[in-house]
Design a protein around this ligand. Structure first.
Ligand code: BTN
Length: 285
């Protein structure tokens, strides 16, 4: 009970992002020890990649209230209204080969959906490879970028955009079905509280992987449990082709395994997936 009261006092502002609140609430030893907040920035990922090249320490976090050139996957734009959502990037310098970096996107996604449900009660799912969904609508997305020199990973930048207090229904042009925490619960929540919770979870998982790569298996299992598409009939569009099949699983390198309608297995490293639903499912989605 006492903890709850304390929590409310610490995170009482839901309107403007407060970096001091974030810094004092974070109980991490790595993520967010070095934290930079910007009112407006081009892209938190681009900025953090530059800092990484200049030697910024692992765990550096960049948060922005607004991005003028927010980037999504496959060169797309990431739109977010100023002051309403979470836009941030985290710098990692993992001891992992490039082929195993997908586990970092996994622990990032899991930290995101666990923080969301913890703070707001909204249950979200992960849509391969990098989306956070609720009720058939996109609530967030991740962009993982990394640098490799002579086969060795120099740094990884994990970027996430989460729709928090924004009301997509008030927007004239949204390109695809979009949700936010606000659209789900009709209540504003503290962005600082979600980010604090998320970074703490991310740090625990990151240390677990660092100590024991065997833990990777556990994260694959958790990720599968939260997958929106696993076991479902999906259509993947790669830009070159459109293939239907059953989503059978994810490989260690993040490739999606699809059992196509002709029965053979195909692997995809990128593409847009949509779930094929029959009529009764469409009503409940
Ligand atoms: C996607 O859904 O395609 C990924 C969206 C990722 C958006 C986040 S917002 C913070 C970070 N900075 C960026 O420019 N992109 C990511």
């Amino acid at each position: 009970m006492e903890k709850e009261t304390g929590k409310k006092e610490v995170f009482e502002s839901a309107e403007s992002f407060n970096e001091d609140i974030l810094a004092s609430a974070l109980k991490t030893s790595l993520f967010g020890k070095n934290i930079l907040f910007r009112d407006t920035i081009g892209s938190t990922n681009v900025f953090l990649k530059r800092l990484a090249d200049e030697g910024a320490p692992e765990g550096t976090v960049v948060v922005a209230d607004e991005q003028s050139a927010g980037m999504g996957r496959l060169g797309r734009e990431w739109f977010s209204k100023k002051g309403e959502n979470l836009l941030f990037s985290v710098l990692l310098r993992p001891q992992l080969p490039p082929t195993q970096l997908f586990v970092l996107t996994m622990i990032f996604a899991l930290a995101g959906i666990e923080a969301i449900v913890d703070i707001s009660g909204v249950n979200t799912k992960i849509k391969w490879p990098n989306d956070i969904y609720v009720g058939g609508k996109k609530l967030g997305g991740m962009l993982t970028e990394f640098s490799v020199v002579h086969g060795a990973v120099q740094h990884v930048v994990l970027g996430m955009g989460l729709n928090v207090n924004w009301n997509p229904a008030a927007e004239r042009t949204v390109l695809y079905p979009t949700a936010s925490i606000f659209s789900e619960i009709q209540e504003k929540v503290s962005r600082e509280e979600i980010l604090t919770n998320l970074l703490q979870r991310l740090e625990v998982s990151y240390y677990e992987i660092g100590r024991d790569m065997g833990r990777t298996e556990v994260f694959f299992e958790k990720w599968n449990e939260k997958s929106l598409i696993l076991g479902k009939t999906v259509v993947i569009e790669t830009g070159k082709e459109r293939i239907e099949g059953e989503a059978a699983g994810i490989d260690r390198d993040g490739a999606l395994r699809l059992i196509t309608t002709s029965g053979d297995e195909q692997k995809f490293h990128c593409g847009d997936v949509s779930v094929k639903m029959n009529l009764s499912e469409q009503r409940n989605f």
